[in-house]
Design a binder for this molecule. Structure first.
Ligand code: ADP
Ligand code: MG
Length: 312
């Protein structure tokens, strides 16, 4: 028998609430969430559309993971602790096997962070997936893009360009050991703990979804400052290092999206308080714009990054 919208929600997306801030979960017209005194609610949403954000052959389990991961990455960049999410699903048809795998991937990551799914919407149409994620952050402590100061050191977590190389491998580019690169593309790990630990240390922070240059560019624009990056200091995986050497596509680590690492700025006096895996890649300057220091030569780096509405 075909599954109805309501039994679908009950079967795949209703679980007992675990997070102490959830007051009312799936089933009523709204969910209820308590916000403790002295905290603010951080809210973000991200949509993924088939053939725009993912290939039709993607594993539904990975897709469930990634949809949540990209939202958690936004909370991480503000230093917020995730609590709850809502899920809007638009499905061309009801495929129980697909839904089971999708919800398994989503809940596996949710459980790692004690997150409840507290509501959503389910409709028929072209495959489109949206999560709205909510988190808590101490009042006035959220890390914002607009607070970078001249003289701040610029850091990134993890390595750059892996997901971008993963995408190229998906599209047919051949490398010797594609496993770890593909894993980073399919199942990015949001830097939630790192973001929390950066509170009181970082001045500004952004997560890298559209590429380092584009996302650091947001910090620069909103803080009305400029920056210089040292190309030789960019943290690269062996795979990306090899790719850059063999293709001379040296821009990949600067412009490729979907790494979901954090890029943040710290005043030099506070740099010794950093206790997370990260690499210093440059410095904030008064002169506007982004400059790149590569093999001893400094040049202006033109803004580039993905834009859904850019005409080509
Ligand atoms: P309404 O018509 O009042 O908007 P719905 O019939 O759409 O409510 O949804 C019934 C309940 O199921 C609501 O609590 C809603 O938040 C929840 N819900 C709907 N779709 C999902 C989903 N994909 N995941 C989790 N909860 C969902
Ligand atoms: Mg509804």
């Amino acid at each position: 028998m075909a599954v109805s919208e309501f039994s679908l929600i009950k079967q795949f997306f209703t679980r007992p609430a675990k997070n102490k801030h959830t007051r009312l979960s799936v089933g009523d017209d709204c969910a209820l969430l308590s916000v403790p005194m002295g905290y603010e609610l951080a809210i973000t949403t991200d949509t993924m559309v088939e053939n725009v954000h993912f290939f039709p052959d993607v594993s539904p389990e990975d897709l469930g993971h990634k949809l949540l991961a990209v939202n958690l990455s936004d909370l991480a960049s503000m230093g917020a602790t995730p609590t709850t999410v809502t899920l809007a699903l638009t499905l061309p048809s009801i495929n129980e096997q697909w839904l089971k795998a999708f919800s398994t991937g989503l809940f596996a990551l949710a459980d790692q962070h004690n997150i409840d799914l507290i509501g959503g919407d389910t409709t028929a149409g072209p495959l489109t997936l949206t999560i709205q994620a909510m988190g808590l952050v101490k009042s006035g402590q959220a890390l914002q893009r607009s607070n970078a100061k001249v003289g701040d050191l610029i850091y990134v977590t993890g390595t750059l360009g892996d997901a971008g190389l993963g995408l190229k491998v998906k599209q047919g580019f051949q490398i010797e050991k594609p496993e770890s690169i593909l894993n980073k593309f399919n199942k990015p790990l949001p830097k939630v703990k790192e973001g929390q630990q950066l509170q009181n240390i970082a001045n500004a922070c952004v997560d890298i979804s559209d590429g380092l240059a584009a996302d650091l560019g947001h910090i620069l624009d909103m803080s009305a400052v400029g920056a210089v990056l040292n190309y030789e200091q960019l943290p690269l995986s062996e795979e990306v290092e090899q790719y850059v050497q063999s293709t001379e596509d040296w821009k990949l680590p600067l412009v490729a999206g979907e790494d979901y690492e954090l890029c943040f700025t710290v005043s030099p006096e506070k740099a010794n308080e950093l206790d997370i895996g990260c690499t210093c890649i440059g410095v904030i300057e008064e002169e506007l714009g982004l400059r790149l220091n590569k093999y001893g030569k400094t040049s202006h780096f033109k803004k580039q990054g993905f834009d859904h509405f850019k005409e080509v």
